[in-house]
Design a protein around this ligand. Structure first.
Ligand SMILES: NC(=O)c1ccc[n+]([C@@H]2O[C@H](COP(=O)([O-])OP(=O)(O)OC[C@H]3O[C@@H](n4cnc5c(N)ncnc54)[C@H](OP(=O)(O)O)[C@@H]3O)[C@@H](O)[C@H]2O)c1
Length: 353
């Protein structure tokens, strides 16, 4: 049997409270102190995944007790040790490949060191995340009446692993591109890699997003960084980041803007059950989870999507493999709710289109 594991961690104290309700009444520092002392935990067994191509796999979720802030603030060695304990737990269960969820893929060198030290294959899941982020952003733009070929797109977090690949793959499909990040030199280096368009670079979020019709938000900021007044009327914001880059205020106060979560994927098989509530309804997964499942279904247990510079051929390959096995972009979601076609039509009307 092709077996996979996936490492999850709480993105916020609300996630901890979903499993341990009293956490909701405790100060954040106390909850983080408790997480500090907790070992990784086996969360669920994922049985009977069957793809449209007839391949099968089983999997498991393992919890790595740490918030995004802890994982970025700990020295990398401490974070690696904690994540490797979770990977080992999945390996002992029988997993031959493990996917790194959210900040377990962000810390340090994006999975390279973990892959070197692990006895089984590792993926960050970033290739399929990029593929679905672009697919979702362009589909949402179309539904909002935006002609992508003549539109300006902005990649917020363009110097990151997902951001760089999004910028390079989005460039031939849009009219203009803004690269937004914190380090001017790194932004310039990505701009020089983009050969299809001349990119503008920005280190100020509001300035970088102001003229963008399509925003791909892919930073590893631990708090929301896109406020309600930061985006253009009628814009689409595809928020791939976990925790989210878009503030709740943006989604709630701007009825002319469409905010969607990037990387939500429908798994083959009606209402597929993961045995653990990670915030999505049955049948849906994050793209990075889907990539791990796809690699297991393919029987490919080597490292994939590793390191700060994603290989674009892996992004394209993952898109093709997802189609082969019946994974597809899920309907749009925003802050734990489904975004209906009527809602999009209303937002489009409010934007004057
Ligand atoms: N939805 C999904 O299925 C899925 C799958 C995988 C990952 N993700 C999420 O995607 C995000 C990016 O992952 P990654 O692997 O690309 O991370 P990464 O390689 O570490 O890149 C993160 C980028 O964010 C920038 N950044 C960090 N904090 C910022 C801040 N406060 N303001 C502005 N920019 C900031 C970094 O800038 P510097 O270069 O200056 O450090 C870098 O460009 C993470 O939130 C991750 O959890 C989602």
């Amino acid at each position: 049997m092709n077996k996979f594991g996936f490492v999850l961690h709480p993105l916020s104290i609300d996630d901890v409270a979903r499993k341990y309700p009293p956490a909701k009444y405790l100060p954040t520092s106390w909850v983080e102190g408790l997480l500090n002392r907790m070992p990784p935990k086996f969360l669920s067994q994922i049985a009977n995944l069957r793809s449209d191509a007839g391949a099968t796999a089983d999997g498991c979720f393992v919890g790595c007790p740490a918030t995004p802030r802890q994982l970025v603030e700990w020295p990398p060695e401490r974070a690696y040790t904690r994540i490797l304990q979770a990977i080992d737990m999945a390996a002992r269960w029988g997993a031959k490949i493990v996917g790194l969820g959210a900040f377990t893929a962000v810390v340090g060198d994006k999975g390279l060191t973990l892959a070197e030290r692990s006895s089984i294959g590792i993926t960050t899941g970033n290739s399929y995340t990029v593929y679905t982020a672009i697919e979702g952003a362009l589909k949402a733009a179309d539904m909002m009446g935006i002609d992508a070929g003549n539109a300006r797109a902005a990649v917020l977090g363009a110097t990151g692993s997902i951001g760089r690949a999004c910028a390079l793959l989005l460039a031939p499909q849009v009219g203009a591109l803004s690269l937004v990040g914190r380090r001017p030199d790194a932004l310039q280096a990505i701009a020089e890699e983009v050969t299809d368009l001349r990119c503008e670079t920005f280190t100020d979020v509001a300035e970088g997003l102001r003229d963008a019709d399509i925003v791909l938000a892919v930073t590893s900021a631990t708090e929301a960084i896109i406020g309600p007044n930061d985006v253009k009327p009628g814009a689409v914001v595809c928020d791939v980041a976990r925790p989210r880059n878009a503030s709740r205020a943006l989604a709630e106060q701007r009825d002319d803007v469409l905010v969607i979560e990037g990387g939500a994927v429908a798994v083959p098989g009606e209402g597929f059950d993961f045995g653990f509530d990670f915030g999505f309804p049955p049948g849906l997964s994050y793209a990075c989870m889907a990539e791990t499942m796809i690699l297991a279904l393919e029987g490919r247990f080597d490292g994939y999507s590793l390191g700060p510079e994603l290989r674009l051929e892996q992004v394209r390959e993952m898109g093709a493999l997802a189609q082969k096995h019946g994974f597809r972009l899920a309907g749009f979601r925003c802050f734990e709710r489904t975004v209906s076609e009527e809602d999009i039509a209303r937002r489009r009307l409010n934007a004057g289109r």
